[in-house]
Design a protein around this ligand. Structure first.
Ligand code: G3P
Length: 217
């Protein structure tokens, strides 16, 4: 499973990238707003840092304006994935971008039917929001599993990009289901390394090393 980091915080992206844990980046208007930076400038900085797709989202809602914005975003760098919302205009724009060879991430997906439409529109990625479904007592992981089944039934090449990931457990659950990608905030990706027995075992090893005077270099 590929790991995308869901943030526009360049320092956090750099830190995870140095750990070798970043296959790509996703942003959205809320994350850009949180960064306090200009969208074109911060997205360019991320694209230059990362050797993988960087999703940048349009803010227009009508087809022509979405197309204009999407092509402008795509000019930032060759690794831009244009992100469009799962609306009829967004699906039409997706078709236009994919016909031009651009990567497209169709976002705000909350149902299997929406994911089916995105695949038919030639999306590179579909972004089902796991956490936001969980928030309203609908099983977000079940949606990931349903989309996996549907895409596999027909050999759709659209990649399932599990989004709105809120916990380390979501990451392993998405991997078990077979999501192609999961995008998560930096803290969630780092939390995957945590285990109380690792901490306890390391403390014991270090105490024994100290007692025995073990030195390696
Ligand atoms: O990738 C979409 C993500 O940013 C939404 O996450 O936690 O705001 O539902 P959240």
């Amino acid at each position: 499973m590929k790991f995308f980091v869901d943030t526009a915080d360049v320092d956090a992206i750099r830190e995870l990238n140095e750990l070798g844990l970043v296959d790509g980046v996703t942003t959205n208007p809320s994350l850009i707003a949180k960064s306090g930076r200009d969208i074109l400038e911060v997205t360019k900085e991320i694209c230059d840092m990362i050797d993988g797709p960087v999703s940048a989202e349009v803010v227009a809602t009508e087809y022509e304006a979405m197309v204009e914005e999407g092509f402008k975003l795509a000019e930032i760098a060759p690794n831009i994935a244009i992100k469009v919302p799962l609306t009829l205009d967004g699906l039409r724009a997706c078709r236009t971008f994919s016909a031009e060879g651009k990567m497209v991430n169709v976002t705000l997906c909350f149902s299997a039917n929406q994911a089916l439409l995105a695949a038919k529109a030639g999306a590179t990625y579909i972004s089902p929001f796991v956490g936001r479904l969980d928030d309203i007592n609908i099983d977000g992981l079940e949606l990931i599993a349903d989309i996996r089944t549907i895409y596999d039934n027909y050999g759709y090449e659209t990649q399932i990009l599990a989004a709105s990931i809120r916990s380390a457990n979501h990451m392993s659950d998405c991997a078990k289901i077979g999501a192609d990608v999961a995008t998560a905030p930096p803290a969630v990706i780092k939390a995957m390394a945590n285990h109380v027995l690792t901490d306890k075992g390391l403390a014991a090893f270090l105490a024994d090393a100290e007692k025995a005077g073990i030195k390696i270099v």
